[in-house]
Design a binder for this molecule. Structure first.
Ligand SMILES: [Zn+2]
Length: 147
């Protein structure tokens, strides 16, 4: 995997774009504390990463959630997605709800996790990209978690 340069000149991780899994449950969202050594380490975000060859955004999000937080894909129900683009580079936030009791553990790239109530998310030290998505004027992510 490698960095991609978008038409605005930023470096983004993943030449095919990236995806993350946002899991909502009863007005809370599952956030992950990124490991200190990772890019933007020490910030809170959702599990996610670069989309691999021949993989859909949903598959990538579910794989990353399994690798980073041990989430069994059978315990989440995918409902949709929110797509953000930056200079032609795409990040897809896959929106899911917990469909079964979820077991979450900190694995690769994760220093912790928390189910955060909707109204507390903005006050956390968020990964800048996740903050942009969360604070999008359309409010798609907030609306999904609060539904
Ligand atoms: Zn960019």
């Amino acid at each position: 995997m490698s960095w991609a340069t978008c038409t605005s000149g930023h470096h983004h991780w993943g030449p095919r774009g990236a995806a993350g899994l946002l899991v909502a449950d009863a007005g809370r969202v599952l956030l992950q504390l990124r490991a200190k050594w990772a890019h933007q380490g020490g910030t809170w975000s959702i599990p996610g990463g670069a989309i691999e060859r021949a993989e859909s955004a949903v598959e990538a999000a579910l794989r990353e959630a399994q690798e980073e937080l041990g989430i069994d894909r059978a315990s989440v129900d995918v409902r949709g997605s929110y797509v953000a683009t930056c200079g032609g580079w795409v990040y897809e936030t896959v929106l899911a709800v917990a469909s079964a009791p979820m077991r979450v553990r900190d694995a690769s790239e994760s220093d912790g996790h928390r189910w955060v109530p909707l109204e507390e998310v903005a006050a956390m030290r968020l990964h800048p990209s996740f903050r942009s998505a969360w604070e999008d004027p359309g409010g798609e992510l907030r609306g999904f978690v609060g539904a």
